[in-house]
Design a protein around this ligand. Structure first.
Ligand code: GLC
Length: 437
């Protein structure tokens, strides 16, 4: 009789996740051989390249402008508090000096352990360290061909699977995760990617999930090697946080009716890896609104950059980060340590709250008055956050009728703020409200 699978290892204790909810904002970095192809990190899949064809990028991987300290500084300056790097993506190429394969950065002209340099630089910048690690591996000879594999359309795909042994791949996967979690000091966060056996539409033939990864054993090993690490939910078993990808949840996320930690991962232009000819960039205002919108629903934002084949953030990424940096410079206290508020905001406003500070983020700038339901008598003082200028407040009695220049009454308990006509020059203007005790 097969033995019962080990139980799902307990989620990390809540005390260990406090930093994550406080920090709210991280940088995702997708970097690997696909930066050279410069046409999406799935190009091996999309163009049905064989491992041999794809290896040309390994022979030409020589990012002369790579400087992990610059990446870390860009993240820190933009107000991000943790950084998550792709140690290995689905193409199987490893950015660290793995003893378990030659398909690593050490066997390219570059020959430097990118993960080691990354970890040092990120820690030196005072930020938390995160790894992304792909469960899929389109280069490994034991990873069976399935509906996502670059060789999925080969007429002899079935034959190609003869002799491939997922048990051997599993051992390799676990061995590499062990290397990453023992060779680089403390790792705060781990993003496995991804399972597609259950609930993936449309269905993919040969789809893989928890059993293929040995997910329970893998999770137990991760917890043992790095107590306190936060692990995502893509192993096919529950993790510590859920990871909505390229959409904004419309409310705080829940699993089985219980609120959960969540983090939206978002791209600048729809692609994770460097994608030269894709100009579908979100503007800075939208990026800031996405950050705020998430925090107002108790979520984090993991915002991605895809450095190019020479190791640099290109002008588009720099422009986006500069814009976010300028907003965060003046408004970060409406983000760090803040979360959803019990007060209900009016249309086009998001609230974030930290203790007795309530932040009204104005997604649209109204003329003259901003009416805030339920806040009359609850606010001691109000100011524009960007310049610390007072915002005057009043309560318009419910009975008052509107007439000529006299503004009509508001529903009971509504607080009215008098705004300047000119919208302050900020991606999202914020009003800081000091609540009464
Ligand atoms: C995915 C994609 C991928 C990207 C990732 C980021 O599922 O396969 O290319 O790395 O999600 O969340």
């Amino acid at each position: 009789m097969p033995s019962a699978p080990p139980p799902v290892p307990a989620a990390v204790p809540e005390a260990e996740t406090a930093w994550f909810s406080d920090d709210r904002f991280g940088m995702f970095i997708h970097w690997g051989l696909y930066a050279l192809g410069a046409r999406h990190e799935w190009l091996m899949n999309r163009e049905r390249m064989t491992a041999q064809q794809y290896e040309r990028y390994a022979r030409h991987f020589d990012p002369d402008l790579f400087d992990a300290r610059k990446w870390a500084a860009a993240a820190r300056d933009a107000g991000m508090r943790y950084v998550v790097l792709t140690t290995k993506h689905h193409d199987g190429f490893c950015l660290w000096d793995s003893a378990l394969t030659d398909y690593t950065v050490m066997h390219t002209p570059f020959a430097r352990d990118v993960v080691a340099e990354f970890v040092d630089a990120v820690r030196e910048a005072g930020l938390r360290v995160g790894f992304y690690h792909s469960l899929l591996d389109w280069h490994h000879p034991d990873f069976t061909i399935d509906g996502f594999h670059p060789q999925r359309d080969e007429p002899n795909a079935a034959e190609l699977n003869e002799g491939r042994d997922m048990a051997r791949y599993r051992a390799y996967l676990h061995g590499q995760v062990r290397e990453l979690l023992t060779g680089y000091g403390r790792v705060d966060y781990l993003f496995f990617d991804f399972s597609y056996a259950v609930g993936h539409t449309p269905q993919v033939w040969g789809a893989k999930g928890a059993d293929d990864w040995g997910a329970r054993q893998l999770m137990a090993m991760v917890r043992e090697l790095q107590p306190g690490i936060i692990v995502n939910d893509r192993l096919g078993i529950p993790g510590d946080l859920v990871t909505p990808e390229q959409y904004q949840p419309d409310r705080p996320m829940e699993v089985d009716g219980h609120p959960v930690l969540w983090e939206a991962c978002q791209t600048l232009n729809g692609s994770w890896g460097y994608d030269r000819d894709n100009h579908d960039y979100k503007d800075v205002d939208l990026l800031v609104r996405m950050l705020v919108d998430g925090v107002s629903k108790n979520g984090n934002l993991l915002l991605n950059v895809g450095p190019n084949g020479r190791g640099e953030l290109d002008a588009n990424a720099r422009h986006a980060l500069d814009g976010v940096r300028e907003w965060m410079r003046l408004h970060s206290r409406a983000v760090y340590g803040a979360g959803a508020s019990g007060f209900v905001p009016p249309t086009d406003v998001r609230y974030t709250q930290r203790g007795d500070r309530l932040y009204a983020h104005l997604f649209a700038w109204p003329f003259g008055s901003l009416h805030l339901p339920g806040l009359a008598g609850r606010v001691d003082y109000a100011q524009l956050l960007c310049d610390g200028s007072e915002i005057r407040m009043r309560v318009i009695e419910p009975g008052t009728g509107a007439q000529n220049t006299i503004q009509g009454g508001q529903p009971a308990a509504t607080l009215t703020l008098d705004l300047p006509v000119r919208r302050p020059d900020a991606a999202v203007p914020v009003i800081e409200l000091f609540l009464r005790g």
